[in-house]
Design a protein around this ligand. Structure first.
Ligand SMILES: Cc1ncc(COP(=O)(O)O)c(C=O)c1O
Length: 380
């Protein structure tokens, strides 16, 4: 048996097992993918020409200049030169490897997309977990973060809108967090992969990289733009030393991005309002269905309604391990949910995703399973 230097990514391993075999995906965190045809139909004359005349060579390592220009429009003050295009997951890998070393202390929102803390863990860092309360939906309180800070805290990792709870942070809370970090000279890594998927646009916040010179923000095409297959994301930061080191590290990971993906990302960013509207509409429609479903089955589930994004993290009430429930469900009815154990989160919660077109059919299958196997079981 080969010993890996880093623990397996439990969520990705779980997906690897069922993603392409289970007929109903009820836990996916991306929005219903756009087809190439749909995307090209939205292209303007200039971008269509870029697409048709594209040469499939290596590309500019920091990212296509036009792509970085379009990306910079998503920020208040970030310039194209303050952006490095990477695969989203690669951006996390590069940043953690560049910024951290053995013995550093980091704080991370938890539960979390595993790489946000696991890469640091594999490097010998100590991790403190900033966990949310769920009295009225999930909420990360700044007062719970403060006592976690130590003298050797190097980095605070945040992720809002949050995977998996759909929790958000207010602009005031974000500013308070960044002020705390600035006072103590702590770097902030802000995973903003679900940005612009807030159900109420008044809940949108600034990007951390716009507000704090030692913040790095991560965003990309995978979630909000329904283009996960492009594998295009980016890091943005005002700290030019960080950016230089990230670019140098990228020479050892991907060197540069895929040429077709860059052009397709430019096309999508130029019509971002259309794509975001499409995704938010699908989410709103499916959320209504979920509200009804969870009201009907409140003896089995506690619906902790998210405030943003395509996923939620409800509680499973029966005295059955939620991991067993998820396994049986996928094996008997072909419906994939994600048990909280893939997040190393001990209590009985699961991730549900609702930005796929066939969510109602998947939910019907879940309902059939509940009617056959769970109605009348003992609740906690
Ligand atoms: C919070 C978060 N960050 C980063 C990523 C990585 O994105 P990608 O899979 O497109 O590399 C994901 C993917 O699920 C995510 O949920």
């Amino acid at each position: 048996m080969i010993k890996m230097k880093i623990k397996p990514f439990e969520l990705e391993r779980y997906f690897a097992r069922y993603e392409f075999s289970a007929p109903y995906h009820l836990s996916s965190s991306d929005c219903e993918a756009l087809s190439l045809k749909e995307l090209l139909a939205m292209a303007d004359e200039d971008t269509l020409q870029l697409w048709e005349e594209l040469k499939l060579g290596y590309t500019e390592s920091p990212g296509h200049p036009l792509l970085r220009k379009e990306i910079s429009k998503l920020y208040q003050t970030i310039e194209p030169e303050q952006i490095l295009v990477t695969v989203p997951e690669e951006g996390i890998f590069i940043a953690m490897n560049t910024l951290l070393g053995n013995g550093d202390h980091i704080i991370s929102t938890f539960p979390a997309y595993q790489s946000l803390y696991e890469i640091a863990c594999s490097m010998g860092c100590e991790i403190s977990k900033w966990t949310p309360t769920n009295d009225i939906g999930w909420h990360f309180k700044i007062d719970d973060l403060k006592p976690l800070i130590r003298r050797n805290t190097k980095l605070i990792v945040i992720n809002f809108p949050h995977n998996p709870t759909g929790a958000i942070i207010s602009e005031n809370e974000l500013q308070e967090l960044l002020m705390i970090a600035r006072e103590r000279n702590i770097i902030v890594f802000s995973d903003e992969m679900y940005r612009f998927l807030e159900y109420d646009s008044a809940h949108q916040t600034s990007s951390a990289s716009d507000l704090y010179e030692n913040a790095i923000s991560l965003f990309g095409m995978s979630k909000s733009f329904a283009l996960a297959g492009l594998r295009i994301g980016w890091l943005s930061t005002k700290n030019s030393d960080f950016l230089k080191s990230f670019a140098a590290y990228k020479d050892y990971t991907s060197i540069c991005s895929s040429a077709p993906s860059e052009i397709l990302a430019i096309i999508a960013l130029r019509v971002k309002e259309n794509i975001l509207h499409r995704n938010l509409q699908l989410i709103a429609k499916n959320l209504k269905i979920l509200d009804k479903f969870f009201a009907k089955y409140e003896d089995i589930f506690e619906w902790l309604r998210p405030q943003a994004g395509p996923i939620a993290f409800p509680k499973f009430k029966p005295q059955i391990d939620v991991a067993d429930f998820c396994l049986n469900l996928v094996e008997k009815n072909g419906v994939m949910l994600l048990p909280s154990k893939v997040y190393d989160f001990k209590a009985n919660y699961f991730r549900i995703g609702f930005a796929r077109k066939n969510m109602p059919e998947a939910l019907d299958q879940l309902e059939q399973y509940l009617q056959t196997h769970l109605r009348g079981s003992k609740r906690t």
